[in-house]
Design a binder for this molecule. Sequence first.
Ligand SMILES: [Zn+2]
Length: 416
Amino acid sequence: MILEKFSLGVGDRFGHEGCAQLQSLQLAANKGIIISPVWNKSYREHSIIGTAPSDGRAAADDAVKRCKWTHPYYVDADHIGLKTVDLFIESSDFYTLDVADFIGSPADTSSIDAFVRSVRNFSGRLEIPGVQAALNVTEEDIRAVGRKYLLAVQEAGKVYRHIVSIKGAENFVTEVSTDEALESQSSTELFFILAAIAQEGIPIQTIAPKFTGKFLKGIDYVGPVEQFAREFEDDLCVISFAIKTFHLPANLKLSIHSGSDKFSLYPTIHRIIGAHNAGLHLKTAGTTWLEELIGLAMSGGKGFAISQAIYADAYKRIDELCKPYESVIDIDRRRLPEPKIVNGWNKDEFVAALRHDQSSLKYNLHFRQLLHLAYKLAAEMGDDFTHALDRSREYVGRNVTENLFQRHIKPLFLGL
Ligand SMILES: [Zn+2]
């Protein structure tokens, strides 16, 4: 299975918005840019909501059929490891092997020695076409990368071979992610990580490194955009050099685990991938749930009451909701309006506080982050929530499609 040049993470917490999301991709296709949708839902999300990977597959197949999507699509087992992979074997054809937990634990000395020997010829002055600063690499640097990452790559190899043994090598796409590591990876590290991945025999098609800056859930990038641009461009150059040098799949591309809504990076990413004729995979499905809340609020009446009730409940249960996401949120509790204030808002005020429009003075990124975590509460409402979605379908669907197309696809893939 060969992943296309452009692909985008889709899917939603409750499996209701597949069609609305595909419509945004159809708008891009109408403009000549085909973007493959990749349904992704992590093990964490499944366990919080109480869904199973087969539900994700069913939602994807159903949306593709109903919406008559004729291009390829995939179902991603997002951030899995040996412990969780088996749950995703039947339903997925895209595997994001997350080995961040193993980063920093050294592999056995003999494999580190063997690794250093195998890439020793790259020590000294390493010139990678396009990378602005020539890299000076010592054997000690290579050993340090080996010590930090080799065990993680070996672990990815185990997971990869396990999937091959059941599904066959031709029947899925493999991504390796290190984005949930504690530290970002430099371009030099990426180069030697790719060497190790090639030696491990993993035909990776996407790799998700950790970049400098904060990729918080549901809000914009926090950090220096220029530095990101340099890292991103260097990584692209490292990848195309590594493809030739280590005989990795020719379509290997960067995967950005964006945590959604990294609007300030989109124009930069668009410019750089255009200049390099590079592909891109972007994971960004999480905020569809917020578009559902916005749509419910816009529909007024009972729908709006549900949105307000979810906020009131989230405000009360903030500690519990934040816990699984501590490293990827930054909520200033003093900036959260009290539920009695929110209950006095009209629907426009609610929508303005929640919608990710940074030009609006009413936008409140703390309010937005808290509601982003609150999908668990909607799941607890069961049918009351999903029936409300169905009743507000017109508002919800339009918001989901417009958000994905106008705020994400247009600036990132179409450069508009
Ligand atoms: Zn990730």
